[in-house]
Design a protein around this ligand. Structure first.
Ligand SMILES: Cc1ncc(C[n+]2csc(CCOP(=O)(O)OP(=O)(O)O)c2C)c(N)n1
Ligand SMILES: [Mg+2]
Length: 552
């Protein structure tokens, strides 16, 4: 009779469950898992830090709807992986963390890299378990994947002691479960759908907010039809961009503050009333705002603001229900409503501001001029990753998306360090697309070593570092006594581009629009990754805002 070891059972089970990408770092006791994964047809991407590997796994989950896996060694490796476990869980993305563990029979003895790993994973995962024996590993793999994609998607953790990995079981004694089906697209109660439309009919200043839940659910066709049918102004959360074209006439993103503040009815499509949406509370929202909230997760309904109507279900399915109800009894928000004019005026005013900043060719450049170049040169289908403070925020108002799931950023958890990892994940999932990774100089530092990963796998990512020599605000010089430096200052004029040259990538250091334009053109046509280090005006700022998230 043929026997199989734990490594092979893990690899074959995960492949069966639709896990196609595994990111990680090998060592005790997981060498065998990586090798078995490759043998089973799972792509293994060796990274330089488990934090980045775990962020990449979450990004795969968001982009594909099946979890990416992150493989770590025991103890410190697994603890690094918690960064991405938490990031995926907070963002509601499917992600699977696989931790090697010290021998089960050495538990409590102070084994090499021994740590209470299942307990550590518990609060940032939907499912955290150690199989009770090697033969049942496939059962646990299926359970974990099932948990990541059903209901509100999220993270799962599986713990594998060395002795379980090495043990051999009879092939006939270990059943590998069938692929867990994609989650059902659950619908809302029809009475609630009717109530939602009734509330809309009464609205004087309606607003639709599109979150990344709508992008995840692949609800673009339904959401677009809903916007066209109702003619309600909309804005998107940062990663909800492109579900409906950012440049659609009804997009009021440039007037975000005003739209949120004065709306009387807000339709939430897979967007949460968390910090990104200012909790739905005054002064950023009207105290009497009514919400029609569509969310996959019943417990999210009414968080921070009691919902006027709560529709629990899959965004694609529920917006489809709304569209059907609208077909039976049409409702269109009046074209001549005062709300439309108020928002339109503000949109025009703010667009002019952004346009002027984008057109400013002064040297040193500001953020808007740099981002304009990326906007103009990125071909259709480009996936943008953006992280930093100003870098990320301003990229949102300059870069326009006409399709969903083409923007990745620090998202709900505000995690710096996701950038290079998400860009690598995007390029692995979409080898046919361009990936541009826009990094603040601080943000770049968190996972900067992953440029080696990008070079090794020949992923032609264009890394653009918007370098102001600091965190959120820039500096022109450091004091002679470096210990008197501001806490947010970095090396002035750091040559980040040189890092990539050691690995076979191409580095550019640029200061003028012409240099930026030429280097970006070259980098976008290259077959290897590049870093374009853009030395901007350290005093460059975003458009003045009453509230800034860095100090929220
Ligand atoms: C893991 C983590 N550590 C620290 C922070 C705090 N933080 C927020 S933004 C930021 C960096 C902003 O600077 P930079 O990337 O250079 O962008 P800039 O605003 O200067 O363009 C930091 C460190 C964070 N969000 N996440
Ligand atoms: Mg900076």
């Amino acid at each position: 009779m043929a026997t199989l070891d734990g490594n092979t059972l893990i690899a074959r089970s995960l492949k069966k469950q639709g896990v196609d990408h595994m990111f990680g770092i090998v060592g005790f006791p997981v060498f065998g898992i990586a090798a078995a994964a490759q043998a089973a047809g799972i792509q293994f991407i060796g990274m330089r830090n488990e934090q980045a590997a775990s962020y990449a796994a979450g990004a795969v989950g968001y982009l594909t709807g099946r979890p990416g896996a992150c493989l770590t060694v025991s103890g410190p490796g697994m603890i690094h992986g918690i960064a991405g476990l938490a990031n995926a869980q907070e963002n509601c993305w499917p992600m699977l963390l696989l931790g090697g563990a010290s021998n089960s029979y050495q538990e409590g003895r102070g084994a090499f890299q021994e740590a209470p790993q299942v307990e550590l994973a518990r609060i940032y995962s939907k499912y955290a378990a150690r199989p009770d024996q090697t033969g049942r590993i496939p059962f646990y793999c299926e359970q974990a994947v099932r948990a990541t994609i059903n209901g509100r998607p999220g993270a799962a953790y599986l713990d594998f002691p060395d002795d379980f990995l090495a043990a051999q079981v009879e092939e006939s004694d270990s059943v590998i479960p069938e692929r867990c089906p994609d989650p059902p697209r659950t619908q809302a109660a029809s009475a609630d759908v009717a109530r939602a439309i009734d509330v809309l009919r009464e609205a004087e200043r309606p607003l639709v907010i599109i979150g990344k839940g709508a992008a995840y659910s692949r609800a673009e066709q339904e959401v677009r039809a809903f916007i066209e049918a109702t003619q309600i102004p909309f804005l998107s959360s940062p990663m909800g961009k492109g579900v409906v074209d950012d440049e659609h006439a009804l997009s009021v993103a440039p007037a975000r503050g005003l739209a949120l503040q004065d709306a009387d009815v807000v339709v939430l499509l897979g967007a949460r009333l968390n910090w990104i949406m200012h909790f739905g509370l005054p002064p950023r929202f009207d105290a009497n705002v009514k919400t029609i909230q569509i969310d996959i997760h019943g417990e999210e309904i009414g968080r921070n603001v009691p919902a006027e109507v709560g529709l629990v279900g899959d965004i694609k399915a529920v917006v489809g229900q709304l569209n059907e109800a609208l077909e039976a009894e049409p409702y269109t928000f009046a074209a001549d409503a005062a709300w439309r004019k108020t928002l339109g005026d503000k949109v025009a005013e703010n667009k002019t501001f952004v346009q002027n900043m984008m057109n400013d060719d002064a040297v040193p450049m500001g953020y808007y001029r740099v981002l304009r170049e990326i906007r103009e040169q990125s071909p259709p289908g480009t996936i943008i990753q953006a992280e930093g403070a100003n870098t990320m925020d301003i990229s949102r108002s300059v870069l326009m998306h006409s399709s969903p799931r083409e923007r990745l950023d620090a998202a709900t958890f505000g995690t710096m360090g996701v950038g290079l990892a998400q860009a690598i994940a995007a390029q692995v999932v979409h080898p046919d697309r361009k990936v541009v990774c826009i990094e603040g100089d601080s943000a770049f530092g968190f996972s900067g070593m992953e440029v080696e990963t990008a070079c090794r796998y020949q992923l032609p990512i264009v890394f653009v570092i918007i370098n102001n020599n600091g965190i959120g605000m820039g500096f022109e010089e450091l004091p002679a006594d470096r210990f008197q430096s501001p806490a947010s200052a970095y090396t002035i004029g750091a040559g980040y581009e040189k890092m990539i040259e050691g690995f076979g990538g191409k580095g550019y250091s640029v200061r003028t629009p012409a240099e930026l334009s030429a280097s970006l053109k070259q980098a976008l046509g290259d077959t290897m990754p590049s870093i374009i280090n853009v030395h901007i005006d350290p005093h460059a700022k975003a458009k003045p805002q009453k509230h800034h998230w860095l100090t929220a």
